[in-house]
Design a protein around this ligand. Structure first.
Ligand SMILES: Cc1ncc(COP(=O)(O)O)c(C=O)c1O
Length: 427
């Protein structure tokens, strides 16, 4: 097919809400390592990785080789029959996740992983209320949209009852108008009054991302999670940690984002980068919490042998090639480059994130969110052969998440392309 034909069929046969980036959509044909190629053969350095999902490079041979071997051996049986890849993956998660997390439930997406986590917390605590953060994103089911705190991603007319949102730790735009550290973590302490005023006084859970992903890589102060989770536990709630974007070494130096903050989650959820692009979702909890889910439930594809094999191979590459450390080192290099650009271009109001999860918030005067600048910047970076992501409540944040095995030369190449793009915009 030619480029235009693909674009026309996309419009004609897919829901219009399936939006594409760029004025003229980029029709991708193939990809390898850190590079993506469009249908006309143009090369792009991929610094978004299919929305924070390509952990170990596109079409990584160790992962695709493992998948091919499993496809020829056993592709699907459902969870009605135990199989080796399914239990091996569950065992692996029990070993590498923090604390007492032990038993897993596999699904097909981050949305389902969060659905499973909230249901589990409600069954375990026998409470209904769940507290989430403003600017969070949890997925696209009715419940997950209700947990999400971005008007544009909340399509349902009536949200699920029992979900409450409190201000997040957005230091660049503090919801209380304060400054860290003299703020004394007012945003975390606000949890107590929220529970006392908006719930019956006991809650099922607090669900949060260690760094808010779609929110624009909003990174809390280091003591934030300890403070807020201690309040949650005081009122009987479980802490559900959504590692869909921050998991698998993305934040550099630690396998999971929450490990930077020194808090052990009661339930953790995963998806995206866990299987390098093969659809997967996972929810893990300590045995006594997992055992609270009784009755009948099934995910036909959950724990599928091919998917589980892809996840095991991806985790193996991350471990064997020391990619958690590479994410730390390359993250530092990327961050230095981005801070250099901030010195040159006043449109960059904030640089934030950790490891290979870095963001630029573009602003006008008085920190006015500048989503128009992001749109123009996208066209420039596309022309310069660089893929990046977008985020933030106002669409004014650039998200940068290359594969974890990115090289220093590729980081330098990306910084040059970003620099050239800002320069060409005359900002
Ligand atoms: C933090 C977070 N949680 C959950 C989800 C939902 O995952 P999925 O799109 O796989 O359903 C996303 C997706 O972007 C996410 O970023």
């Amino acid at each position: 097919m030619k480029k235009q034909e693909v674009i026309e069929k996309h419009k004609k046969y897919l829901f219009p809400i399936i939006a594409n980036y760029y004025e003229e959509p980029l029709v991708v044909d193939h990809a390898k390592g850190s590079y993506v190629y469009d249908i006309e053969g143009k090369e792009y350095l991929d610094f978004f990785g299919g929305i924070v999902t390509i952990s170990v490079g596109h079409c990584n041979e160790k992962v695709t080789g493992a998948i091919q071997g499993q496809v020829d051996k056993l592709q699907h049986v459902s969870t009605l029959y135990p199989n080796e890849p399914h239990v091996r993956l569950a065992e692996k998660l029990a070993h590498i996740t923090p604390g007492r997390l032990q038993k897993s439930f596999f699904t097909n997406s981050g949305t389902e992983a969060n659905e499973t986590a909230v249901l589990l917390a409600q069954l375990h605590t026998k409470c209904q209320d769940v507290i989430a953060l403003r600017h969070s994103y949890s997925g696209r089911s009715h419940l997950a949209m209700s947990l999400t705190a971005h008007a544009s991603w909340r399509l349902m007319p009536t949200p699920t009852p029992g979900i409450h949102h409190i201000p997040n730790a957005y230091c660049y735009r503090c919801p209380f108008g304060l400054t860290y550290p003299s703020c004394d973590l007012k945003c975390a302490k606000d949890m107590e009054e929220a529970i006392q005023t908006q719930t019956s006084g006991r809650i099922a859970a607090f669900l949060a991302e260690p760094i808010q992903g779609i929110g624009g890589f909003i990174t809390p102060p280091k003591e934030y999670f300890q403070e807020i989770v201690s309040i949650v536990r005081k009122y009987g709630g479980l802490f559900i940690c959504d590692e869909v974007q921050t998991g698998w070494g993305r934040t550099g130096g630690k396998m999971f984002g929450i490990e930077h903050w020194g808090v052990e989650p009661d339930i953790m959820t995963f998806a995206k980068g866990m299987a390098n692009g093969v659809p997967i979702g996972a929810t893990i909890a300590p045995a006594e919490i997992a055992d609270s889910m009784k009755g009948m439930t099934i995910s036909t594809f959950g724990g599928n042998p091919v998917t589980s094999t892809a996840a095991l191979a991806t985790i193996q590459v991350i471990e064997e090639e020391n990619l958690v450390e590479n994410a730390r080192l390359m993250g530092q290099r990327l961050r230095e480059g981005l801070e250099g650009l901030q010195q040159k271009y006043p449109v960059i109001g904030d640089v934030r994130g950790m490891g290979l999860m870095q963001a630029l918030e573009l602003v006008g005067e008085n920190k006015r969110p500048d989503s128009e600048a992001v749109k123009r910047f996208f066209e420039r970076t596309k022309a310069n052969g660089l893929l990046i992501g977008k985020g933030g409540l106002w669409g004014n944040v650039i998200r940068i998440t290359p594969p974890l095995n990115i090289t220093r030369e590729q980081v330098d190449e990306a910084i040059k392309k970003l620099d050239r793009s800002f320069m060409q915009m005359g900002l």
